[in-house]
Design a protein around this ligand. Structure first.
Ligand SMILES: [Zn+2]
Length: 262
């Protein structure tokens, strides 16, 4: 068995001072918790807010990358970078937990395919096209007014991500963007952290048709544990493990067992 978590916001916590090796109890993820949880690999998300100006988002992302690389140096007896499935399996054989790197929000590439390629060279292996704001690439689920899907530049981005082997992540995009990506991408696409809209109406969640379209292309929906995505009544009643299981059961029923994850 190999356990992979496709999205954690730990780099944001590292920017706030989290030391991955200190077992500080702050945030959900550190090396001790990854070990105790039996996690073999985790995608660390380079999240940037849609509020940041373009240059600021590029700089902030570079600093997060720097902090990840610093931690990889400091804790090389426990964790190692992975940029491919083969590397992750090799790390596991050596007793190391793999850190994959994803980028949450395409704003840091601004309007430059060269910047996209630079982040790929730094180890970024998926890019969530947007966060909660429309950007140069595409419209977001939380807005969705600028392009009504992918922008012309966004189409070039998808083509280049396919060529590089960088995974296209549709968590956070608008429904229009989702269907544009399904049409444009030559490779399977994923949602690294979304749930089922049939069970909770949040616009970040995926309809049954979206889950099926993604599965038909060989992609996966990675179920999110965040309360607002699990239940519409999360403010009156804290979601539990059984809510998560309901979303997993639904995703498996709609898309098939090979097309869901966590
Ligand atoms: Zn997110």
């Amino acid at each position: 068995m190999f356990v992979l978590d496709s999205h954690c916001d730990t780099p944001t916590q590292m920017m706030r001072g989290l030391d991955l090796g200190a077992g500080s109890g702050c945030g959900h993820v550190d090396i001790d918790k990854l070990k105790r949880g039996g996690v073999d690999a985790s995608f660390f998300a380079l999240y940037t807010s849609a509020e940041l100006a373009p240059d600021e988002s590029t700089r902030y992302t570079l600093e997060m990358l720097g902090k990840i690389y610093d931690a990889l140096d400091t804790y090389k007896d426990s964790i190692a970078l992975a940029t491919s499935p083969a590397e992750a399996l090799r790390n596991k054989d050596r007793g190391l937990i793999s850190i994959f790197i994803g980028m949450e929000n395409g704003s840091p590439i601004q309007k430059s395919l060269s910047l996209l390629r630079m982040y790929y060279r730094f180890g970024v292996r998926y890019m969530t096209l947007t966060h909660n704001g429309d950007n140069e690439i595409a419209d977001a689920a939380a807005e969705g007014r600028r392009w009504h899907g992918l922008s012309p530049f966004g189409r070039e981005v998808i083509e280049e991500m396919n060529r590089l082997g960088m995974i296209v992540d549709v968590a956070h995009v608008s429904d229009d963007t989702f269907y544009d990506v399904i049409k444009c991408s030559k490779a399977p696409v994923v949602s690294t952290h979304s749930c089922c809209r049939a069970l909770a109406s949040h616009p970040r969640n995926m309809t049954d048709d979206m889950i099926r379209s993604m599965a038909d292309k060989g992609g996966v929906i990675q179920i999110n544990f965040y309360p607002a995505f699990l239940s519409d009544s999360y403010q009156e009643r804290m979601p539990s493990v059984s809510d998560i299981a309901d979303h997993i059961d639904h995703a498996v029923k709609v898309g098939g067992i090979d097309h869901f994850g966590i």
